[in-house]
Design a protein around this ligand. Structure first.
Ligand SMILES: NC(=O)c1ccc[n+]([C@@H]2O[C@H](COP(=O)([O-])OP(=O)(O)OC[C@H]3O[C@@H](n4cnc5c(N)ncnc54)[C@H](OP(=O)(O)O)[C@@H]3O)[C@@H](O)[C@H]2O)c1
Length: 335
C-alpha cells in the first residue's frame, strides 16, 4: 500500500518515521505548504516531494493519504482526496465545523473509500487500559470523571490562530474519551473559559458534562500554561468500588536542549477496600498502533471502528456546542 503525507511539521514527521518502518506500506510522496516545502522530508524517506496536493493525488503515486496539515485545511484536503478515490487518515480534529465534517463523511461514502480520524487517545495504552477495566466492571459502575490536558501555547504553529484553539486541539481528545468511556453526553452543563492575550480562540476552558448514565464529568484544557509548567494529562474515573487514575507529566529539558523528560507517569487503581496498585498494561506506541490500524483497515477492506468519522463527529459536535456557549456569553466569560 502506498501512502502520501500532507504536511511537513511535527505530526507529519512522526507519521513519516512510523510509516517508513511499517510492513507492507510505502511512503511514496509528501506535500507541504507550497512548492519545494516537502523536499527535505521527502528526501529523508526517499519519497517524492510534490508541489501541491493535486500533483500528489493525480500522479498515480498513492493509494491513501495521511493528512497532517493545519486543522483549518483538513476538510478541503480530505474532500479533494476522496474525489481522487484515495483512502484517508485525517488528523484530529476532523474539521473545524460540523457542517464541514458532514460534507467529508458524505464525500467519503460516495467515493467508497476508507476514512479514519487520528483520535490517537483511542490507541493510547493507558486510556485503553482504563476503558478495559470499566468494561469489565472490575470497580463497578462509573460515577464521576475528571480529565485535564494542559500545555503552553504551541508557538511553533504558524496556523495556531487560524480557527483552532484549545477546544479543537485538546478538548476534542477528552470529549472523545468521555464518549468512548460513557457514551456521548446528554448534557453539556456548563462551560467557562479564558481566551488569553492576543488570541481569538478559547484557550483555557473548563467544561462540565453529564452522561446518559448520570456520570458527571469535568474536563479542563489549556494552552495558556507557563512554558516551564509540565505538559500534563490526567484522567480519573471514580466508580462504585474504587477509582482509576492516569497521570502523566513531562517538562522541557532544563539545559535549553530541544526535548522533554517525563517527570510523572502512573496508571493506578484505588479500590474502596484495599491498597492502591499499579495497573498492568502493555506499553505500546499509540501513534504506531493508530497508523497500523488504518493500514489494516484499508488492506482488509474493513471500516475503522476506532477513530471512525462518526466518532470524530460526535466529539466535534460537543466541542462546537462548547464554542457556542462560550461565544454567546450565556455562561461566565472573559472580557
Ligand atoms: N493526534 C494527535 O495526538 C495530534 C498531536 C498533535 C497535532 N495533531 C494534529 O496534527 C495536525 C498538524 O499539527 P502539527 O503539530 O504537526 O503542526 P505543525 O508542526 O505546525 O505542522 C503543520 C504542517 O502543515 C504544513 N502546511 C501548511 N499549509 C499546508 C498545505 N496547504 N498543504 C500541506 N501542508 C501544509 C506546514 O508547512 P509550513 O511549515 O511550510 O507552513 C507544516 O509543515 C493538526 O491538525 C493537529 O491538530 C494531532
Amino acid at each position: 500500500m502506498r501512502i502520501g503525507i500532507v504536511g511537513t511539521g511535527n505530526m507529519a514527521s512522526l507519521h513519516a518515521s512510523i510509516l517508513s518502518r511499517l510492513e507492507r506500506v510505502r511512503l511514496t510522496a509528501l506535500v507541504g505548504s507550497g512548492p519545494g516545502r516537502a523536499g527535505p522530508l521527502a528526501e529523508k524517506y526517499d519519497a517524492r516531494g510534490c508541489d501541491c496536493l493535486e500533483d500528489l493525488l493525480e500522479g498515480g503515486l498513492v493509494d491513501a493519504v495521511d493528512i497532517c496539515s493545519p486543522s483549518n485545511l483538513h476538510a478541503e484536503q480530505a474532500i479533494l482526496s476522496f474525489a481522487a478515490g484515495k483512502h484517508v487518515l485525517c488528523e484530529k480534529p476532523i474539521a473545524l465545523t460540523v457542517a464541514d465534517c458532514d460534507r467529508m463523511i458524505e464525500k467519503a461514502q460516495a467515493a467508497g473509500v476508507k476514512f479514519m480520524v487520528g483520535h490517537t487517545t483511542r490507541f493510547w495504552p493507558e486510556y485503553v487500559a482504563i476503558q478495559r477495566i470499566l468494561a469489565e466492571g472490575r470497580v463497578g459502575a462509573p460515577q464521576a470523571y475528571y480529565a485535564c490536558r494542559l500545555a503552553s501555547t504551541p508557538l511553533w504553529r504558524k496556523w495556531f490562530a487560524q480557527g483552532s484553539s484549545a477546544l479543537y486541539d485538546l478538548l476534542i481528545h477528552d470529549v472523545d474519551l468521555f464518549n468512548c468511556y460513557f457514551g456521548k453526553p446528554k448534557e453539556v452543563a456548563a462551560a467557562i473559559g479564558k481566551k488569553g492575550e492576543g488570541y481569538d480562540g478559547w484557550n483555557h476552558v473548563q467544561v462540565a458534562l453529564l452522561s446518559h448514565t448520570n456520570v458527571i464529568g469535568q474536563i479542563e484544557v489549556s494552552y495558556l500554561m507557563p512554558r516551564c509548567f509540565p505538559v500534563t494529562f490526567e484522567s480519573r474515573v471514580l466508580c462504585e468500588h474504587g477509582a482509576l487514575e492516569y497521570r502523566f507529566q513531562r517538562r522541557r529539558l532544563a539545559d535549553g536542549r530541544y526535548g522533554f523528560e517525563t517527570v510523572h507517569h502512573a496508571l493506578k487503581m484505588y479500590p474502596t477496600d484495599g491498597e492502591p496498585s499499579d495497573i498492568a498494561y502493555q506499553q505500546v506506541d499509540a501513534y504506531e498502533e493508530e497508523l497500523s490500524y488504518f493500514v489494516k483497515c484499508v488492506q482488509n477492506d474493513t471500516p475503522p471502528a476506532l477513530g471512525s468519522p462518526e466518532q470524530a463527529r460526535e466529539a466535534l459536535t460537543v466541542v462546537e456546542l462548547v464554542q457556542t456557549l462560550l461565544d454567546s456569553g450565556t455562561v461566565k466569560r472573559d472580557g
